[in-house]
Design a protein around this ligand. Sequence first.
Ligand code: PHE
Length: 429
Amino acid sequence: MALSIAQFTFFTRAASSSFLHRTNARFNHFTFSTPFSTAAATCTRKKNGRLSVLSALELGGVKIARDDVVRDDPTNNVPDSIFSKLGMQLHKRNQHPIGILKNAIYEYFDASYSTKFDKFDDLCPLVSVKQNFDDVLVPADHISRSYNDTYYVDSGTVLRCHTSAHQAELLRDGHTHFLVTGDVYRRDSIDSTHYPVFHQMEGFRVFSPKEWEASGLDGTSYAAEDLKKCLEGLARHLFGAVEMRWIDAYFPFTNPSFELEIYFQEKWMEVLGCGVTEQEILRNNGQLDSVAWAFGLGLERLAMVLFDIPDIRLFWTTDERFTSQFTKGKMGIKFKPFSKFPPCYKDMSFWINESFTENNLCEVVRGVAGDLAEEVQLIDNFTNKKGMTSHCYRIAYRSMERSLTDEEINELQRKVREQVETKLNVELR
Ligand code: PHE
């Protein structure tokens, strides 16, 4: 059993875990102790202009230093392993499966619409809580806002957990047709389809009254029909002649909302989430009489299926046996796995406490083992007569690139045990 109870429920996530179907997490150990001022605008240059050369990077024209993002502060839950992903922008590499897929989707939109969609793939992933949640009407008590699910830089700033975070600002800037591609960040479980950084593409299209008035339909029905036509065409462009179905869904920012599923390799697979944009979002951002549609899709999930990539960690490898297999502009290529090294399993049991969450455990494991952690599975769970609950987890260690030695794995496991005890305050058994 994988850790997330939200497995394969939604597709904009690398494999699942929708905006709505988040893991049902309890609050974790990151608590607000004192009031503090929030960084009003994120992604601004550091006021003192000080940047440590080694760890500074530039995103969307904005310089970001490590200590802008990773801080030893209870309002911050960004580990170094996540900071190190910030400048990678796999979606901007034309020979990487994520970049090849992005370009194939661009091609579809360029060929299908006379009005060009404005394309953004360099917007800074540090956004305000307002952009990520409030502007797209995510309720104040929505689980996705929790420290267990989202990476907070401080109480007012997050690493975007979806590309919908940019809808409002682009509307305000006057864009009516746009595609936003970017890296998005979610705290999550560890298995072959989940990684705390993945890539999404957002699509958005605004209609003015004269576009639907002639059709005899109301604005919402007109937009919903156009949306479905557009996305069915996109699915055919990527997958060929496949069977498709529409499922009713819920998102805070669209109504009605849908998910598209396609029948592929003998099962129904969620491809994307979408819907007709809530009027309030349009009104708040300068579009008074319009209607609009929006969609969001997870690029890893699609790329894994289209290119036959069996493990999500492969997207991040620099091993030439992976990177050399893909070619700019070529969609049909199937990945040929290079030799698989054996996994090594280590179990650990402990008494959990009130604030224990599986996402926190996975963060500790990734912090120690990085991409050598292949899977973390709950294999035993019981409560004794005193009401204490014990969990036993099995960690699979495996490198994509080489064999691991026993000593190396024992050392990783020793560190994981030590940090699980100190950071999560649980009692090892
Ligand atoms: N932002 C949603 C998610 O990440 C996807 C979505 C985008 C749904 C736009 C509807 C409209 O799950």
